[in-house]
Design a binder for this molecule. Sequence first.
Ligand SMILES: Cc1ncc(COP(=O)(O)O)c(C=O)c1O
Length: 498
Amino acid sequence: MISDVAIQREFLTQIGAAHYLKSVNEAASHVVASAVRPVRPGLIDGAQALRQIVRSLSVIPRSGLGLSPVLEEVAALVVPYSTAVSDTRYVAHLHCPPAISSLAAETIVCALNQSMDSFDQGPAAAVIEQSIIDWLCDVYGLHDGDGVFTSGGTQSNLQSLMLARDNLAARVLGVDIATDGLPLESRNWRIACTEETHFSIATAARLLGLGTNAIVRVGIDSAGRLDPRSLQQVLKASQACGERVIALVLTAGTTNRGAVDPLADAIEIAAEHDIWVHVDAAAAGCLMLTEHHRNLLDGISAANSISVDFHKLLFQTISCGALLVRRRSDLDIMGSHADYLNPADDDLLDTLNHVGKSLQTTRRFDALKVLVTLRSLGLDTVSAMIERTLQTARDAAEAVAAHPNLELISPCTTNTVLLRWVSSDSSPLQREFVNVAIRQRLASADHALVGRTRVGDEAALKLTFVNPVCTPAAARKLVARIAHCGNAVAAAAPVGCL
Ligand SMILES: Cc1ncc(COP(=O)(O)O)c(C=O)c1O
């Protein structure tokens, strides 16, 4: 039998408080001991070996082992095999190092364990999230705007297209999709975007019952940005064959190239056709907080909805993102009432239940992390940190462009550098082999973990700079290493061998 005192010790009670402080400190110490000086930036293979190690643990022993030994065990197992997101050698993804301010706030978020669905599950949390949303609406120039925190870009994109679909059906057809489902007309509904658009838009099309065939691709220019002339043509062609484009998705910071679509021009064209415009600014949305790069987002305030992620360029722990809408009434379509959470009469009482705006019910108080980072660092520092990542990327891109054995595939606009190893006499097969090998060699020698993708059906390498600690000089050194590694691989496997 477990005693009452023993149970209390395991929770945040008076008796458990000391255990909590000791345990959180212990956990943090393990992170500091090994994660601060990682031996490698990460792994790109080895799942089988890891499975074996993990299999040796029995998940639930009959008698508990005690927290300290388990924390030690977990630290030994997890930390060395984790991707070192705070290490400057890790440049593979839009996956940021968490700021200390975010980690500290996370401790409060976790311990208080507030839930955002109803006011009575987190009164301060409800009000703080709303005040951050209101502030974001000001930042993005959405003067009648509103929004909600989300788990990130994927969820924000899904919800934006749901709003586009349901508001259109209500306004144009008088159909309430929430109760009646999709009308017959939906067979002809289309979502316009480019081939550079994040795949979560295709997932959203599937979930919303439109299917991926509803996606029509707009052409891009050589830098991977939507071409407004192509947009005109696509809209005209859709109209001519009886289709209706219900949403145009623009991207600010494409996943591969970091490109920003021409927001103002495209939104103007869409407005002529009465089309909902969603800007997926998951990657580059935080440039709004910079002094020198916010102009890249000019025109964004005319969008109907915007996705912005803070677990990318605002150095927040996962997860942390938001969906914003230009007209607050556009969120009304989400509204539903659960008697136990947000009964209809709560609206009359001005009770702040965020569940009516979200796809989630139980939801984290991530807004606190944003507040703590912004208030503790201040705008100048936040701006300088974000700008450092862009400067580092530009320096890396310059080094790529200047190297005879590297091709800069796309101009660097934000924090992504897309490149590949080349040589004057290389065949496509050799380039494929060398570029794949570069990533593997850099990772296995613990020099760097770089990203990979395909452009024009050829292997490409991707450097994503989201770590302000990484200096432009370090980025130039990495580029030189990539070229050196490529040349070494090519010399070992010359053209004739492939
Ligand atoms: C442009 C863009 N949109 C959406 C997403 C998805 O965001 P999340 O991973 O936060 O769901 C990403 C992820 O990298 C992205 O680059």
